[in-house]
Ligand binder design. Structure first.
Ligand SMILES: Nc1nc2c(ncn2[C@@H]2O[C@H](COP(=O)(O)OP(=O)(O)OP(=O)(O)O)[C@@H](O)[C@H]2O)c(=O)[nH]1
Ligand SMILES: [Mg+2]
Length: 394
């Protein structure tokens, strides 16, 4: 998005009497009575000292320890969101924010709000989203060993493997974003995975994302993060938003490996110094059938993302441009026909032998596998086409 476009979008969403509000510091809060006043004082102090016209919005998640009242008394505008979750809190806070820029930070004193001007400078310089990187400056006791050396590096690494965002610390909670970029991000997750969603969506939309090192301090009060539940929520989010890595790649590898195994057996190839027979062929058949099924599921997931969720994937777009329903039907039909032809040969031989005993187990397995795979391709093509019907409606 160009600067001119973002300026237009900002003016469109901004009420007339608040044209001067430059920054909203949005703080999600769940039972942070110990810290919330200090956080608000820090944020307000930075805005005042630097002459930045802004507000502090606390998105309270139905705290039961009086956090919301403390926040109001400390001069924050409090938005109440009864639906629990880090993402829910932020979505409510974003909806209420009035500043051109939004700065995000936890209500637990882990982040230094004195860094706000640095974040704003990057936005002024044209960035759409700015994110801190805590990993080099973690103060003693600020992050448990499991998160520092296992959870964060693994999840950030996996996120970048799948989505190539270039963000080093994808779960850092201190960020800033141009408010006009929010409609484009279309954020919707409710839990801690919101942190991943924001980074992935920004990268997919090719926004200008910048990062710099910040310090991470030990938190006051109790952590709301649950290592395994929230770790899993992040991982789950990454997987369900990447059909290529979840389905297409593993499915294609399985199907290909299965086909190679089947070929080795049928062609009597001596691999690793031994012969491969029926048991290997059964394993190969299983891999071919399951692999095809998984690839078909991946294509349907892509179709759902494209037609229902407005999530485009360049690879799937190219596939759509190149292949139509009829291609799938022809491919599936041809594969099934080859299988049926092999089955027919076996039956003819059986008749020839006067319905006596047969020794064509290998060919029978190959025929059966091809018929199954062909039928899968044939009907999956129809299903893909049905999912694509929405395109015509739109
Ligand atoms: N987990 C969680 N946090 C919420 C919720 N609603 C608001 N929050 C706030 O979201 C921020 C992030 O939660 P934290 O417990 O600090 O999680 P974290 O920063 O990943 O982990 P720590 O390093 O232990 O602070 C805090 O300011 C919470 O008060 C909620 O429903 N669940
Ligand atoms: Mg925190």
């Amino acid at each position: 998005m160009t600067t001119a476009q973002s300026e237009n979008a900002a003016t469109e969403t901004r009420p007339l009497d608040e044209t001067a509000l430059r920054v909203s510091v949005v703080i999600p809060c769940l039972n942070e009575a110990e810290n919330i006043e200090q956080c608000i004082a820090a944020a307000r102090g930075v805005l005042e000292r630097n002459g930045i016209p802004g507000e502090v919005v606390v998105a309270d998640n139905a705290s039961e320890d009086g956090s919301a009242e403390l926040a109001e008394a400390a001069g924050a505008r409090v938005v109440r969101e009864p639906r629990r979750g880090y993402g829910s809190a932020y979505l409510a806070g974003f909806a209420a924010a009035r500043g051109d820029y939004i700065v995000m930070g936890d209500a637990d004193l882990t982040y230094d709000f004195n860094e706000i001007p640095r974040f704003l400078r990057e936005l002024d310089d044209g960035a759409d989203m700015v994110i801190g990187d805590r990993m080099k400056n973690i103060h003693p006791g600020a992050m448990p060993w499991l998160h520092r050396y296992v959870g964060n590096p693994l999840l950030s690494g996996f996120l970048n493997l799948l989505f190539r965002t270039g963000v080093s610390d994808a779960h850092c909670g201190m960020r800033a974003v141009r408010r006009s970029a929010l409609p484009q991000l279309a954020l919707r997750t409710t839990g801690m995975e919101f942190a991943s969603e924001m980074v992935i969506r920004a990268a997919k939309e090719k926004l200008d994302i910048r990062q710099f090192d910040i310090e991470y301090h030990p938190r006051g009060g109790e952590s709301k993060l649950s290592s395994f539940r929230d770790g899993w929520r992040h991982l789950r989010f990454l997987l369900v938003h990447s059909p290529n890595h979840l389905f297409i790649l593993p499915g294609a590898v399985m199907a290909l490996l299965g086909a190679l195994i089947a070929l080795t057996v049928v062609a009597n190839i001596n691999l690793f110094g031994r012969e491969w027979d029926l048991h290997a062929l059964i394993a190969g058949a299983l891999l071919m059938i399951v692999g095809t099924q998984v690839v078909a599921l991946g294509l349907c997931a892509h179709a759902y993302g494209t037609y229902f969720m407005n999530e485009r994937d360049p690879w799937f777009d190219r596939m759509r441009a190149r292949y139509r329903l009829e291609h799938g039907l022809l491919l599936g039909g041809a594969i099934a026909l080859v299988g049926l032809a092999i089955a027919a040969v076996i039956v003819i031989e059986w008749i020839d032998r006067g319905f006596g005993s047969l020794g064509e187990e290998r060919l029978a397995i190959v025929a059966l596998t091809l018929v199954i795979v062909g039928i899968q391709v044939f009907f999956s093509s129809f299903l893909l086409s049905i999912l694509g019907l929405r395109r015509a409606d739109d």
